[in-house]
Write a protein that binds this ligand. Structure first.
Ligand SMILES: Nc1ncnc2c1ncn2[C@@H]1O[C@H](COP(=O)(O)OP(=O)(O)OP(=O)(O)O)[C@@H](O)[C@H]1O
Ligand SMILES: [Mg+2]
Length: 371
């Protein structure tokens, strides 16, 4: 059995369902990110694991033990919230020591462990410093040290880096990842930042309205989003409405046609047969996603291998390592990311040709009934 199991975990409030039958199995040492937009139930899920919010239904099992009757203080969890809530009248070392003293450890043991963990988070030199005289990043490290010093069974992190500026945040992400790897502490991180989730987690749980839409490794989830919501939430994407003509084995988007790849044919055939619907077997509405960085921007009139279309540049924005384009094509506006190769790429108003590899069009059947 997995180390931490959430089994159909549910939290209902009078008006709404905050968490809706969420199931998840976390392995020992794994780093999980709960990712989703504001209000999707991330914090509520974490609070139920911590024991501060009581589930309406479902179970939480930690290391084989059902936690229903275990008080928060008995769960052996290290917790870091968005507001780090350090004690202002205590030094960094005293803040970190607090949890150990509550556990009635001897003074020598406390001192040794505090020293050890402050070194781990790179704060050995600031042990005697008060929080108000520390930067946001330093305070965040004290909060992390305070959570880690008790050697928690699970580390729960709720948007711990969201108060930091972009640069510091990136640095802390790398540190957090290294510390978590070094200690092997099973970790559940809550974030609405897809970049953070992808950078840190072994697996991401993409949440939408209290439900897990998809659970998977960052790369896999990004490349193979299970729903348009996941595709859109995990980075920029282009969403297109298409139709598949099964007899001709062809995909139609806004009047343009392409042959289906063998893989696409197979995936769609499975769905058609599972729907047991003759009409779907002949023609099916599909959602198509195409990532902006998978599209190549060529000069107009250039011959491309594989699928390609004419387009016109609407806007072009320079972003340092890449150019961000909005182009008119297929009756809508597509986003294209072109790496900065040093040459000046096509400008606004210019005609261009877009090309991509056939397999980069990710097809999903539109929900049944949608035409
Ligand atoms: N005590 C409560 N009483 C009633 N509704 C609540 C309560 N706590 C949370 N909710 C509702 O449950 C839903 C999920 O809230 P939650 O705090 O888990 O979201 P979140 O994903 O952490 O969002 P954010 O990214 O904004 O922190 C929201 O619609 C929220 O309004
Ligand atoms: Mg929250």
């Amino acid at each position: 059995m997995s180390f931490l199991v959430l089994d159909k975990l549910t939290k209902r409030y009078e008006q709404s369902v905050a968490v809706d039958s969420l199931s998840l199995a976390v392995e020992r040492g794994e780093f999980i990110a709960l990712l989703g937009p504001s209000g999707c139930g991330k914090t509520t899920t974490l609070q139920m694991i911590a024991g501060f919010v009581e589930p309406s239904a479902g179970r939480i099992v930690l290391d084989g033990k059902d936690l229903a009757r275990t008080k928060p203080s008995q769960r052996g969890l290290g917790i870091v919230f968005q507001s780090y809530a350090l004690f202002p009248h205590m030094t960094a070392a005293q803040n970190v020591a607090f949890g150990l003293q509550m556990r009635k450890l001897g003074a020598a043991e406390v001192e040794r462990r505090v020293q050890e963990v402050l070194e781990l988070v790179g704060l050995a030199g600031l042990a005697g410093r008060y929080p108000r005289r520390m930067s946001g990043g330093q305070q965040q490290r004290v909060a992390l040290a305070r959570a880690l010093v008790i050697k928690p069974q699970i580390l729960l992190l709720d948007e711990p880096l969201s108060n930091l500026d972009a640069k510091l945040r990136e640095g802390m992400q790398i540190e957090l990842r290294q510390i978590q790897r070094a200690l092997g502490t099973t970790t559940v991180l809550v974030t609405h930042d897809q970049g953070e989730a992808m950078a840190l987690a072994d697996r991401i749980v993409v949440m939408n309205q209290g439900r897990a839409e998809q659970i998977g490794a960052p790369h896999q989830t990004y490349e193979w989003p299970a729903t348009p919501f996941v595709a859109d939430f995990l980075g920029k994407t282009n969403l297109l409405a298409g139709r598949v003509d099964a007899r001709r084995q062809q995909l139609d988007i806004a009047g343009a046609h392409w042959m289906l790849t063998a893989e696409q044919r197979q995936a769609l055939a499975q769905v058609a047969s599972s729907r047991d619907d003759d009409a779907a077997a002949r023609e099916m509405a599909v959602h198509v996603t195409l990532r902006p960085e998978k599209i190549r921007l060529l000069p107009a009139g250039m011959v491309a291998l594989g699928p390609s279309i004419e387009a016109q540049v609407r806007t072009r924005i320079f972003q340092g390592n890449h150019w961000l384009y909005q182009v008119s094509a297929l009756g809508q506006t597509l986003t294209v990311i072109a790496q900065n190769s040093g040459h000046t790429p096509p400008g606004e108003g210019e005609p261009v040709r877009l090309s991509w590899a056939a397999e980069d069009l990710r097809l999903r059947p539109a929900p049944a009934g949608v035409v």
